[in-house]
Ligand binder design. Structure first.
Ligand code: BES
Ligand code: MN
Ligand code: ZN
Length: 491
């Protein structure tokens, strides 16, 4: 991970200097110094380019010669509109502008320390790469930058704000690494091993193997795993950030869909795009990254993450359309489409989560339906809930961190589609409202705890670079849920 250090605003003598400057506020002290050092080249460039320091705009000026090589101006827009997201985008732009060199600094003027730290977060998030399997990269294709200095008038205060944000970046990277990993290397047992490694953060981890899940009656999850040579796993990841058992001792619970590859099973998917189904475990990856973030920043909360890990494959042992399975809740399910497997996995894990932990709130994340991409595209994740307060909290947290969610309706009429002739329910309804019907299915397994479901099929993976999110795995949900916890559940 890109290293960040915090210093006061002295003129750097090498590399790239990025200056974050508002449209209307006072310029950072370094702006005048750099302008003088370049004999006024900086202000001439600003004038010539009619560069007005608008948000998202940037301008490159050659350095004064010996030492400082390049000066990059990044606009922050109007000072009254600066928030954490503006600073993160600027930090991301700073990293992109400076990554080719070995040395770089980012300077800001007088801004609250908490905001300055978000520029560092943006730079780190923007620096993510998944290079594990590139053996022939030319040196100039690799970013050289390993350390970035953030220069501000109050470096001590910014340094103090940093560890909590760094933990969030670390959690996001864990999620992105898991989601990027192909399915031949990330099987359920390997995924479980990677989770077990996180006990060094102070997380308590239990791994359940198929025998144990059989004892617990996980007939729905195990049916999905049947066709694969790779055995299923469930991981329970606990973070106890509150001492004793006070009124807030009951944990908040997070559940993730971890289908390490979704071929569709016997109801096989078409070939085009099937490779995307390596990231059908993004819900689980997010839950793992989130738990790492909470532990990393020593969040004052009890939280538990549960992930169901299976591979959905075809073989002589695979489940068939028409099979009836018994879930851990006792409810039976007629499996009419083996490609609606995520809900089968979640049925058992959700049931177990509420039965064992009686959580204050239960939130699941899943790349559950293609229909949510039709409905919301890639801008919002689908939000479904049995609790208006929890739904509002999630929507608000999403806006605050830029991981937006949009609530869709639920109700009895949608639930009817799940009626089966032979079992308690079928695992598919019709095509209309497919994401809602899937949520209705999940709802049958959460008892009466406040529950929300995030369908992240459209937001877990991105095909274009954004300010702080290089294309690929987004870790969508790590920051949203971290914010939810920080705002509403920390004691
Ligand atoms: N993992 C898929 C959903 C998905 C689709 C995620 C595209 C990301 C991108 C899920 O298991 C699935 O196959 N859902 C089916 C449900 C249908 C059979 C009711 C779908 O969406 O087609
Ligand atoms: Mn599927
Ligand atoms: Zn799936």
């Amino acid at each position: 991970m890109l290293d960040i250090d915090f210093n006061d605003a002295t003129l750097p003598s090498a590399g790239t200097l990025v200056l974050l400057v508002t449209e209307d506020g006072e310029r950072p002290a370094l702006y005048a110094r750099v302008d003088a050092a370049t004999g006024g080249a900086v202000s001439r460039a600003v004038d010539a380019a009619e560069f007005g320091f608008g948000r998202g705009k940037s301008c490159v000026v050659l350095g004064p010669g010996a030492g400082l090589a390049r000066i990059v101006l990044v606009g922050l827009g109007k000072s009254a509109d600066i928030d954490a997201q503006v600073m993160e985008a600027a930090g991301g732009a700073a990293f992109q502008a400076a990554k080719a060199g070995a040395v770089a600094s980012v300077a800001v003027g007088v801004l609250p320390a908490a905001l300055v730290a978000h520029a560092a977060l943006g730079a780190v998030l923007s620096s993510y790469r998944f290079d594990l399997y590139r053996t022939r990269q030319k040196p100039d294709e690799r970013p050289k930058l390993a350390r970035l200095s953030v220069l501000s008038p109050q470096p001590d205060a910014v340094r103090e704000a940093w560890p909590a944000l760094r933990a969030i970046a670390h959690g996001s990277f864990i999620a992105r690494d898991l989601v990027s990993e192909p399915a031949n290397t990330l099987t359920p047992p390997v995924f479980a091993d990677r989770i077990a490694d996180l006990s060094s953060l102070g997380l308590e981890i239990e791994i359940f193997e198929p025998d144990r899940m059989q004892e617990l009656g996980f007939g729905a999850l195990l049916a999905v795993a049947m066709g694969s040579d790779a055995p299923a796993r469930m991981a329970v990841i606990q973070w106890r950030g509150l001492p004793g058992d006070g009124p807030d001792a009951a944990p908040i619970a997070f559940v993730g869909k971890g289908v390490t590859f979704d071929s569709g099973g016997i109801s096989i998917k078409q070939a085009g795009g099937m490779e995307d189904m390596k990231w059908d475990m993004a819900g689980a990856g997010t839950v793992v990254g989130l738990m790492a973030a909470l532990a990393g920043r020593r969040a004052r909360v009890n939280a538990v993450g549960l992930v169901g890990l299976v591979e959905n494959m075809l073989s002589g042992r695979a489940q068939r359309p028409g099979d009836v399975v018994r879930s851990a809740s006792g409810q039976t399910i007629e499996v009419l489409n083996t490609d609606a497997e995520g809900r089968l996995v979640l049925a058992d894990v959700l049931w177990y989560a509420q039965d064992r932990f009686r959580p204050r709130a239960l939130i699941d994340l899943a790349t559950l339906t293609g229909a949510i991409i039709v409905a919301l595209g890639h801008e919002h994740a689908g939000l479904f809930s049995n609790d208006d307060k929890l739904a509002d909290q999630l929507a608000e947290a999403g806006l605050a961190v830029g991981e937006k969610v949009w609530r869709l309706p639920m109700g009895e009429a949608y639930d009817k589609g799940l009626r089966s002739e032979i079992a308690d329910m079928k695992n598919i309804g019709g095509r209309p409202g497919g994401s809602i019907v899937a949520a209705q299915f999940l709802r049958r397994f959460v008892g009466d705890v406040p529950w929300a479901h995030l369908d992240i099929a459209g937001t877990a993976w991105s095909s274009k670079d954004a300010a702080c999110i290089p294309k690929g795995a987004t870790a969508f949900g790590v920051r949203l849920l971290d914010r939810l916890v920080a705002t509403h559940y920390e004691g």
